[in-house]
Design a protein around this ligand. Structure first.
Ligand code: MG
Length: 213
């Protein structure tokens, strides 16, 4: 019964992700993409976004090796930015505590995020996410819905995707799983919890949505 959580904006925030992505691509490619090029990207995962930008700039799709180079530079940039003497992420403590309690209650809990895998690991560690929470970052050729489907191979339905942005809701719908929204950035009649939600409230809502309460 995988319960999948997006990371950025859902469990906490590292702020300025697009700025950092531009800087990293500028370092790898010699000059950064224009902000409007980045905003025009349709994908929501790092692989999709970088592949789109790569096609725009070089006229061909992204190769896995280039993606891995990007991943290493990106991780270095996060490491040098977020550390005890530098910037710190904002953790949504109640939601993270609830996520850990869901693990303790026997649920299969996943982080399914648009971050490259090494950065997802880094962010999960920075937010003190338990290692029993499975991690699935952005893989070559995979949309966010593909990643959710991959997590769903873990066991039979029901499943759930918890996210904070319209692309999370769209991915949940494409993968055929219910959507729980954190924050108010996604219009619609789906269930919503605030970023300040406490652990018990999260557990109650999640277990109701997956039919175990
Ligand atoms: Mg998000």
């Amino acid at each position: 019964m995988p319960i999948c959580f997006d990371l950025d904006g859902t469990l906490g925030t590292f702020g300025g992700g697009y700025v950092l992505l531009r800087e990293v691509l500028g370092e790898v490619w010699g000059s950064p993409p224009m902000p409007e090029e980045l905003r025009a990207c349709r994908g929501s995962t790092d692989w999709e976004i970088i592949d789109e930008l790569h096609r725009l700039r070089f006229g061909c799709g992204l190769e896995n090796q280039t993606y891995q180079e990007f991943e290493i530079v990106c991780l270095a940039r996060f490491r040098s930015t977020f550390h005890p003497e530098g910037k710190l992420p904002v953790a949504f403590q109640g939601i993270i505590e609830g996520l850990h309690q869901l693990v303790a209650r026997g649920h299969s809990v996943w982080l399914v995020s648009g971050n490259v895998p090494l950065v997802l690991d880094f962010k999960a560690q920075a937010l003190s996410i338990d290692e029993r929470v499975h991690r699935l970052g952005s893989l070559p050729g995979c949309s966010r819905a593909d990643l959710i489907r991959r997590a769903m191979l873990d066991s039979t339905s029901p499943h759930l995707y918890v996210g904070d942005r319209p692309h999370d809701q769209e991915a949940a719908e494409a993968a055929g799983v219910p959507f729980l929204c954190i924050g108010d950035a996604v219009p619609g009649d789906h269930p919503i919890l605030s970023i300040d939600t406490g652990a018990e409230q999260l557990i109650e809502m999640v277990e109701r949505l997956v039919g175990r309460s």
